[in-house]
Design a binder for this molecule. Structure first.
Ligand SMILES: *Cc1c(COP(=O)(O)O)cnc(C)c1O
Length: 395
């Protein structure tokens, strides 16, 4: 089984020696029946829990009805989802373009911004991650991802995340849009200082540039509010969402203000799978579940509990440098490489995620229980203790 993936797949992923067979809520089991607490959550995709029964039911029903209907035809599941998003999205964001992945949602946002403003310059942030297709990669900061694929799309410049003065110098009357993650996920759970985003919105308005919020990782309740933009009192012109939207089924959305989206005309953009009934049905069930179960509130509460637990560990273990994040989007920066901790975590039944070499990132399903958080924290505490002893002995 592992041999076949290693033999036949492109070797583009850092693999962990776990073969996942099934999941429920915040738990997954491997092919040998071993149970794990899933703090990775598929990089945040398993927002409403693995194989959420409501999502499973919706997919099953929809699959029996019809799986595909191109967006040039009307469909009830798609109509329902578009209407739901218009209601749930930040004020004024009422028009949606559906696609199938985060990077695609970003590509659409970039094209909308270019077409609407008639400008080609995009400003992105240091530390940013927006995906790996050529356009999204051009807005992604990490040289490790960029350098092998130069030249990228022209017109992208980077400004320092959190630095208003630099942003003011970088944004001009040639800027089509500023694209930003409200909390940088892939970059290591970095938050901007208070006031940065309102000032960013003002700078955009002064220059006639659009503001694109990439809420692909932060959206849909992850940070304790439905949208991370709510924490900062900022209204973007365009918002990208994906990851948790389909309860695990691939679907993404680029949502814009009416007059902004109006700039896209027939034929300007398309994707064959975008807005297919199966994915839309999954997303409808997911959104209903998020709202009915008040998952944003739950993420705020359990996230606070999780941070307390991690804080207690930090009090005991000097190896932890900092704990950051909001809701159930948490980063723990360590003073050392965390590979050992990740590998040993698997042995003890917890799936952890890294951001760079020394930052642990927690993106568990928002349905994770306090008991599961306590157990995961206990395991982590033990792993860190062992790691500290190793460091002391080898020093
Ligand atoms: C994951 C992610 C993306 C890219 O999404 P893909 O589905 O992997 O293409 C873009 N932006 C942010 C903030 C993300 O977290």
């Amino acid at each position: 089984m592992e041999e076949r993936e290693d033999r036949y797949l492109a070797q583009t992923y850092q693999k962990f020696p776990v073969n996942i067979a099934r999941g429920k809520g915040a738990l997954v089991w491997d092919v040998n029946g071993k149970e794990y607490i899933d703090c990775m959550g598929g990089y945040g995709v398993a927002l409403v829990g693995h194989s959420n029964p409501k999502v499973v039911e919706a997919i099953t029903k929809q699959a029996k009805r019809i799986i595909t209907a191109h967006s040039s035809l009307y469909n009830e599941a798609r109509a329902e989802l578009a209407q739901k998003l218009a209601k749930l999205a930040p004020k004024g964001l009422t028009r949606t373009f559906f696609s199938n992945s985060g990077a695609e949602a970003v590509e659409a946002a970039l094209k909308i911004a270019r077409k609407h403003t008639g400008r080609s310059q995009i400003v992105a942030m240091s530390g940013a991650y927006h995906g790996k297709t050529l356009g999204a990669l051009s807005a992604t900061w990490n040289p490790k991802y960029r350098d092998p694929f130069q030249p990228l799309v022209p017109g992208f410049t980077f400004s320092q995340f959190g630095n208003t003065e630099k942003l003011r110098e970088t944004v001009s009357k040639n800027t089509a849009a500023v694209i930003v993650e409200p909390i940088q996920g892939e970059g290591g759970i970095h938050m901007a200082r208070e006031g940065f985003f309102p000032e960013m919105q003002k700078i955009c308005q002064e220059n006639g540039a659009l503001l694109i919020f990439d809420e692909i990782q932060t959206g849909l309740g992850r940070t304790g509010r439905m949208w991370a933009s709510e924490h900062y009192g900022v209204l973007p012109d365009i918002m990208c969402i994906a990851k948790g939207l389909g309860g695990g089924v691939p679907i993404a959305a680029t949502i814009a203000r009416e007059e902004v989206m109006a700039s896209l005309k027939v034929g300007d953009h398309s994707t064959t799978f975008g807005g297919n009934p199966l994915a839309c049905a999954a997303a409808n069930a997911t959104l209903d579940y998020i709202v009915e179960e008040k998952l944003p509130d739950r993420a705020a509460e359990t996230g606070f509990f999780f941070k307390q637990k991690l804080g207690q560990i930090m009090g005991r273990r000097a190896i932890i440098r900092e704990i950051r994040g909001l809701g159930l989007m948490i980063g723990v920066e360590m003073k050392f490489d965390i590979r050992n901790i990740l590998m040993k975590g698997l042995e003890r039944g917890v799936i952890l995620l890294y951001s760079g070499r020394n930052i642990l990132r927690f993106l568990p399903p928002l349905v994770i229980t306090k008991e599961q958080i306590s157990k995961a924290s206990e395991i982590l505490d033990g792993l860190i203790e062992e790691e500290e002893k190793l460091k002391v002995n080898s020093a």
